[in-house]
Design a binder for this molecule. Sequence first.
Ligand code: NAP
Length: 487
Amino acid sequence: MNDIDRVMQNAQDAFNSYKILTPAQRAGFLNEIAAEIEAAKATLIPVAHEESNLPLPRLNGELSRTTNQLKLFARLIEEGSWVEAAIDTADKTRTPPKPDTRKMLLPVGPVVVFGASNFPFAFSTAGGDTASALASGSPVVIKGHSAHAGTSQLVFEAIQKAIVKTGVHPYTVQHVLGSGSTVGKALVIHPYTSGVGFTGSFSGGKALWEYANRRETPVPVFAEMSSINPVVFLPDTLKQNAVALSKSYAASVTLGMGQFCTNPGLLLAVQSEALDNFLSLLGAEIKQIIPQKMLHSGIHASYHKALTRALSQKGIEKIGESEQEAGEGEAFPTIAKVKGNIFLQNPHFREEVFGPYSLAVCCSSKEELTAVLKQLKGQLTTTVMATDADIAANRDIIDLQTTLAGRIILNDVPTGVEVCASMIHGGPYPATTDARFTSVGTTAIKRWVRPVCFQGFNDNMLPDALKNPNPLNIWRMVNNEWTNAAI
Ligand code: NAP
């Protein structure tokens, strides 16, 4: 038995024990992980800062977001209605007789989570993928990201303390480090792996998806990969609000040195004097941004390469870049523009440049802007900046945007993703491998479950969520009516 076999055998053993815990026990475990991470904050933050180059205020905020996510999932499973219990009682008088059928969501089994480099806490070891999988009743094997291996190990130690304190199976969460193409691949193709969560590059996510689909028994890979998050600026708002819009857009493009999956990489508008004015204001804003170190040398090298390639395309024109020289490992914030007809002819312009860069596409007409939107691939977000008059005249543009992304935003920037029940952080391929799910917010739990129908079971054999007296006091669909009453 090799190391990965042992890890996955342990995970499978943990599944058999963990899946039968009560929701309150699982919630207690999630809350205890949050408490242990908070207790380790003074140790965690400096290590994460050293490894990721991210500023301390950002890391403090991200750590709180991580523990709040864990507590949010704890509340979700304590409330309990997320299991989508549906009950149709028997009717022996019907011809043919109707059986008693009861459905709920059950955990899939061991889940492999790849830590993301750009969120060392919130999308990593105890991040959203781990929290949602544990909430569902699935054990987790984390493949830590090498760019913050020390942080990942420390967070895992906090999880281990929570395991001991709450007495859950010792292998409910495991942590491995190593190369993606060896260790990561071996985890994904292992027969006991039931699902995979990933945030990172398109090539990485696609490779994991392919490993999983070539298995004898394919399993789902929920990979959040590549998105350029187009923002449409409509004409009236450009006339009315150019100064405020240029400031908020520049801040969004350069937030965290552009290392967010929701970074606005594309700006679309119809050519006008107001657009020229807005772009010169935007260029002036970008000049003032001070370059900062990126997450790791690989991401810095990728940014530099992708930016150089983008700026060497025919028809592109720089409209603003940081006035300060970039030091070693630092990203150079840049805004460029291109005409709509040139954009339409060159697929390179549609590729993600991961970092503080955005491309303005200046279209000759609304028809050309529509053609550009239609040509774009699936996105995590799309935004429309508009006045009421703009909205009245451009419903078709907004309808088109709704087909493009998992989240459509009106008059706000796409960076900043609220963790809540209504959030969708997902979108059509290649933004993710499965547009039906989100990786942020409580419905992220749906990635790690499958519906099971129990037919003809006695009450004492059913899971609590489906029993007649409704001991968990959850909302259920009983004979086509929502109720939390007993049967
Ligand atoms: P990455 O290269 O996709 O790596 C993420 C994780 O996946 C790492 O653990 C990596 O293992 C593993 N992996 C990558 N390729 C693999 C393969 N072919 N087979 C198995 N495992 C594989 O992402 P990154 O290191 O965070 O950053 C690299 C680039 O990804 C960035 O420059 C940026 O373009 C993009 N990125 C995008 C987002 C987004 O949200 N859209 C977020 C972060 C990064 P190793 O440790 O062996 O590399």
